[in-house]
Design a protein around this ligand. Structure first.
Ligand SMILES: Cc1cc2nc3c(=O)[nH]c(=O)nc-3n(C[C@H](O)[C@H](O)[C@H](O)COP(=O)(O)O)c2cc1C
Length: 181
């Protein structure tokens, strides 16, 4: 089975990327699981990057997904929304998805998550109940503390266990988006 981690930021790999690397490392000891990273390709500006042509296929072929999002102006970055806008309902429907947010301000702990939960509901994704918020200072250095590492491993394990237990379930009702198309 495959876990896809999404680097949902237009910025060059930094603190969010470090967090996703730690999370991905924890998947190495999980029998039957592989990991793949999806990140934007070409960066058009400081705040905008575009995704590889096969980005939607990478999401579609994943058994579980972790979306890593920074907070930009009290919301997820537009670059992450560009990826989401390119997906079809079937790419995420009934798929376990966990949310990781990294931001500078503690007050913005839910700033990205609350929007992403709405969007994932539209797809009928199986959004994991426990998200993880990390303040960027915790990831500023190469050495990241044990509590943060443990929390990232827990986030990964949550979505892997959800995928193992639900992969053959037919989860209804049909999401509104699929009923309209
Ligand atoms: C354009 C821009 C807008 C940002 N807006 C916010 C914000 O509204 N709230 C916040 O807590 N952090 C904000 N940040 C900080 C990032 O969310 C934070 O540093 C995140 O970890 C990205 O760091 P990274 O690129 O090293 O991964 C902003 C960063 C940028 C570049």
């Amino acid at each position: 089975m495959k876990l896809l981690t999404i680097y949902g930021s237009p910025t060059p790999p930094g603190k969010l990327s470090r967090a996703l690397d730690i999370l991905a490392d924890s998947v190495r000891s999980e029998p039957g699981w592989t990991h793949e990273r999806l990140a934007p390709g070409e960066r058009l500006s400081f705040t905008t990057a575009i995704w590889p042509e096969d980005a939607a296929a990478a999401v579609a072929s994943a058994d579980a997904v972790v979306i890593g999002s920074p907070v930009f102006r009290a919301a997820p970055p537009g670059t992450l929304k560009l990826l989401i806008d390119s997906l079809s309902v079937e790419d995420l429907r009934s798929k376990p998805v966990a949310l990781l947010t990294v931001a500078a301000a503690q007050e913005h702990a839910l700033a990205s998550e609350r929007h992403l939960r709405d969007v994932l509901a539209w797809f009928g994704a199986l959004t994991a109940p426990n998200s993880l918020f990390l303040q960027d200072v915790a990831l500023a250095q190469e050495s990241v503390d044990d509590d943060t590492r443990r929390a990232l491993g827990d986030l990964a394990r949550q979505v892997l266990r959800l995928a193992e237990r639900t992969h053959d379930l037919d989860i209804g009702p049909t999401p509104l988006a699929a009923r309209r198309s």
